[in-house]
Design a protein around this ligand. Structure first.
Ligand code: GTP
Ligand code: IMP
Ligand code: MG
Length: 344
């Protein structure tokens, strides 16, 4: 915590199995709260969707905070990029001049993708086969090539921990975006049905190179129902017909696979709060449970049952629900920070 109550470092993490809508919430926070830096952790197996001014962006490398044109974009040492994905995204978004990649960021190559496609364990857990786990394994074995080994990246290279810690020293706001979700964590998730990294808040710090004492806020993002792509346990999983009838059908951003669906899981949510030391909770897709909530931006205008649903979650988790998604657009968000006296 900083003297004078200023909030400068915020971590954003997924509370279930990924795809909770972190992209939308990160974009909102960067825009509405004036974050000067956005760092994206994780790798290209995770797709953030951001819908901004009617355009849909599917992000696999670039931080969702790019929607704020003043925001500097940072790929940290613990992340992994793939050159074709990185450059096509950077060009499409026109962020060449404000994105930097740490010298030590890992680089996924075709050999990693090929190796994963032949791996029977990865097939059995429903991997995205983007080469991420194979590249992580090479990193552990100290044979992965890093960003500094590729000439093409030269003009983007930076010392991300130095950039971010210096920004914090001068009280500039930094948003660290998590990818995937708490229960896909290599350590805290439903092993072996997990991804190849720790996805929790504490691991984000290690990926970016910032110490724990600098953290001000940890936002854990939940969707109003739980989704999971790939294999692994999913308590209360609904049949496809039931999912369609409720309007809860989704497909994966990276793989296009249908997402498996279950109702909101209070126990998992509570454990995610515990594992990440959540100080705030964001809930997305309230409009899917309560169609009259669609596009609402003010708490008082939400239908009474929607408000009650949020308050029930809040009292169960004992953490304030500060941001609520009411539509795909970044600005379709109810922001309760001021009402609840919470800074962001
Ligand atoms: P990962 O990093 O892969 O875990 O993804 P993510 O958490 O960024 O989520 P992703 O974008 O993959 O999936 C969330 C989906 O919900 C996207 O299609 C978003 O556009 C959509 N979405 C997010 N918030 C809301 C909301 O409040 N209402 C509605 N209707 N859609 C939303
Ligand atoms: P891998 O990390 O690509 O090998 O995939 C391992 C497991 O994590 C599979 O069940 C994937 O579906 C899941 N997974 C990986 N990234 C994401 C994501 O961004 N959202 C949801 N699930 C993911
Ligand atoms: Mg996703």
């Amino acid at each position: 915590m900083h003297l004078g109550g200023e909030r400068v470092l915020t971590l954003l993490v997924g509370g279930f199995f990924g795809d909770e809508g972190k992209g939308k919430i990160a974009a909102y926070v960067a825009l509405a709260k004036g974050y000067r830096y956005a760092a994206r952790t994780g790798a290209i197996n995770a797709g953030h969707t951001v819908v901004y001014h009617g355009r849909k962006f599917k992000l696999r490398s670039v931080p969702a905070g790019f929607v704020n044109k003043e925001t500097q974009l940072v790929i940290p040492p613990g992340a992994l990029i793939k050159l074709d994905v990185f450059f096509s995204e950077v060009r499409e978004l026109g962020v060449e001049k404000r994105i930097c990649v740490d010298y030590r960021t890992g680089v996924i190559e075709e050999v990693h993708v090929d190796r994963e496609k032949r791996d029977s364990v990865l097939a059995s857990i429903g991997s995205t086969f983007q080469g991420v786990g194979a590249a992580m394994a090479d990193r552990v074995l100290r044979r992965l090539r890093l960003a500094r080994d590729f000439n093409e990246l030269e003009k983007h290279l930076c010392d991300a921990p130095l950039v971010l810690n210096t920004a914090l020293d001068t009280k500039e706001k930094v948003l660290v975006e998590g990818t995937q979700g708490t229960f896909l964590s290599l350590y805290h998730g439903t092993y072996p049905y997990v991804t190849s990294r720790d996805t929790t808040a504490q691991a984000l710090l290690s990926e970016v190179g910032i110490g724990p004492k600098r953290v001000d806020e940890v936002i854990v993002v939940f969707k109003v129902y739980v989704t999971r792509v790939g294999e692994g346990p999913l308590e209360g999983e609904l049949g496809l017909e039931d999912v369609a009838r409720r309007g809860w059908l989704e497909v994966g951003t990276v793989t296009g696979r249908p997402r498996r669906v279950a109702p909101f899981n209070y126990e998992l949510a509570k454990r995610a709060v515990l594992l990440n030391s959540a100080t705030q909770v964001a809930i997305t897709k309230l409009d899917v449970l309560f169609p009259e909530a669609r596009g609402v931006k003010v708490w008082d205008r939400l239908p009474a049952p929607a408000k009650k649903w949020i308050e029930d979650v809040e009292s169960y988790l004992k953490v304030p629900v500060t941001l609520i998604g009411t539509g795909e657009e970044v600005e379709e968000t109810v922001d309760r920070t001021r009402d609840l006296g919470v800074e962001l």
